[in-house]
Ligand binder design. Structure first.
Ligand SMILES: NC(=O)c1ccc[n+]([C@@H]2O[C@H](COP(=O)([O-])OP(=O)(O)OC[C@H]3O[C@@H](n4cnc5c(N)ncnc54)[C@H](OP(=O)(O)O)[C@@H]3O)[C@@H](O)[C@H]2O)c1
Length: 337
C-alpha cells in the first residue's frame, strides 16, 4: 500500500530556464509487481535533467515526465514479486525518471543497498554515474588491473566515478581537469596523475606519463576536437568510450591512426538499456564494487546538497560548471532522516 494518493514533486512546468522547475502536488506513483516504491531522501542532478528541462530531451515512452535519474531513500512498499527488499531498507537506485519527487517506483533490479557509512544524500549521487561507467568502461571496454585510463571531466560526476572504479579495479587513472582545485579533488579520489587542459598539452603529458606508450582506455565526455586528441593519446589496442559530447557531436577522426593502432571507439547511453541490462550492471556493482565503497577509508565523492524546492539553484550551479563532484536535491524527509 502506498502512504497516500498525492505527494509533491519538482515538475518541469514548461521548457526553459531553471525557474520552470516548480514544486507541485503530483499523483503518487503506483508500485508495479516487480518494483520497489522508494521514499526519496535525495535525488542526484544529472545532465539529462537539464536537457529535459530545456525541452531538448524527451523522456522515453512510458517513463515519468518528472526529471531525476537517481535517488536514495527508504523502501516504502514492494511489489508482489519482490522479496529481496523490506520496508524501511536504506537503498539507492537508478530510476527510469521521476526521481525529483517524494516517492518514486523503480524496477527492483535497479536498487542497491546504501554502502555502510554513507548518508542518503551521498548515496543519491552514485547510481547514474557508476552504472554508466560500469556498463561502458568496465563491462564493454574491459577495464582491468594494470591498465591506464585517461579520464576527461575528472572532477565531475562521470569522471569522478571513472577514477574511483578504475582505482578499485587496480587500473591507473590519469585525470583531465581545468584547475588546481579540480586536480586536487581528482587526486583525492585516486588519480595517479592529473593534466590541466588549460595549461598543458593532453597528448604530450599522456605520453610522458606512460613511457611513450599511450593509455589503454579513454573515458570521454567532451567529443568534438577531443576525439583526435584521444586517438593520439592511445596505446596500440586501446578502447575509447564515448559517453557524452559536451563540446560537439561531430569530429574529425584520423582514421589511419585508428587503424594503425588497432583502436576501438564505442559509444553508449544508459537510459534506453533494458531493465535486464540495468539489473546486470547493478549485479556487477553489488559484487565487484560495493564492498570497496563500504570500506572505512573509502573517499566518498563530494556532494553539494540543495533543499528540494531549490532545484532551480542546483540546475544553475551545474550549468555554471564550477561544481566539484555531484549536486543533489534533499527532500524534507531527507533533511530529517
Ligand atoms: N552516456 C550515458 O549513458 C551518460 C550517463 C550519464 C551522464 N552522461 C553525460 O555525461 C556528461 C558528464 O556528466 P557529469 O555528471 O560528469 O557532469 P558534470 O558533473 O557537470 O561534469 C562534467 C565535467 O566536464 C568538464 N567539462 C569539460 N568541458 C565541458 C563542457 N563543454 N561542458 C561542461 N563540462 C565540461 C567540467 O569541468 P571543467 O569545465 O572544469 O572542465 C566538469 O567537471 C553529461 O553530458 C551527461 O549528460 C552520459
Amino acid at each position: 500500500m502506498t502512504p497516500a494518493d498525492t505527494m509533491h514533486a519538482i515538475a518541469i512546468t514548461a521548457p526553459g530556464g531553471p525557474d520552470v522547475l516548480q514544486r507541485q502536488p503530483w499523483p503518487m506513483p503506483p508500485c508495479g509487481p516487480d518494483e520497489v516504491l522508494i521514499r526519496v531522501a535525495a535525488a542526484g542532478v544529472n545532465g539529462p535533467d537539464l536537457a529535459q528541462r530545456r525541452g531538448v530531451y524527451d523522456p522515453p515512452p512510458g517513463a515519468s515526465p518528472l526529471p531525476g535519474l537517481e535517488v536514495a531513500g527508504e523502501v516504502a512498499a514492494t511489489g508482489a514479486n519482490v522479496s529481496q527488499w523490506q520496508l524501511g531498507d536504506r537503498v539507492m537506485a537508478l530510476t527510469n525518471g521521476g526521481g525529483y519527487a517524494e516517492f518514486v517506483a523503480v524496477p527492483a533490479g535497479q536498487v542497491l543497498p546504501v554502502p555502510e557509512g554513507w548518508s542518503l544524500a551521498e548515496a543519491a549521487a552514485l547510481p547514474e554515474t557508476w552504472f554508466t561507467v560500469t556498463q561502458t568502461l568496465v563491462l564493454r571496454a574491459g577495464l582491468a588491473s594494470g591498465m591506464s585510463v585517461l579520464v576527461h571531466g575528472a572532477a565531475g560526476g562521470i569522471g569522478g566515478a571513472a577514477i574511483q572504479i578504475a582505482t578499485i579495479l587496480g587500473a591507473r587513472a590519469i585525470a583531465v581537469v581545468s584547475s588546481p582545485a579540480k586536480a586536487a579533488y581528482a587526486t583525492r579520489l585516486g588519480a595517479v596523475a592529473t593534466i590541466d587542459y588549460t595549461t598543458e598539452d593532453i597528448v604530450a603529458r599522456t605520453l610522458a606519463l606512460t613511457e611513450g606508450r599511450g593509455v589503454d582506455r579513454v573515458l570521454d565526455i567532451i567529443g568534438g576536437a577531443m576525439a583526435q586528441t584521444n586517438i593520439e593519446a592511445c596505446a596500440r589496442g586501446a578502447h575509447i568510450v564515448q559517453v557524452s559530447t559536451l563540446d560537439g557531436g561531430n569530429a574529425q577522426i584520423p582514421l589511419r591512426t585508428l587503424m594503425a593502432k588497432q583502436l576501438t571507439l564505442s559509444g553508449s547511453t544508459l537510459r534506453p538499456q533494458t531493465a535486464a541490462t540495468k539489473a546486470d550492471i547493478a549485479d556487477h556493482i553489488r559484487t565487484h564494487l560495493l564492498p570497496a565503497l563500504s570500506a572505512p577509508d573509502f573517499v566518498k565523492p563530494a556532494i553539494t546538497p540543495f533543499p528540494f524546492d531549490q532545484a532551480p539553484a542546483a540546475h544553475r550551479a551545474m550549468e555554471a560548471r564550477g561544481h566539484i563532484g555531484k549536486l543533489v536535491l534533499v527532500t524534507p524527509f531527507g533533511a530529517r532522516a
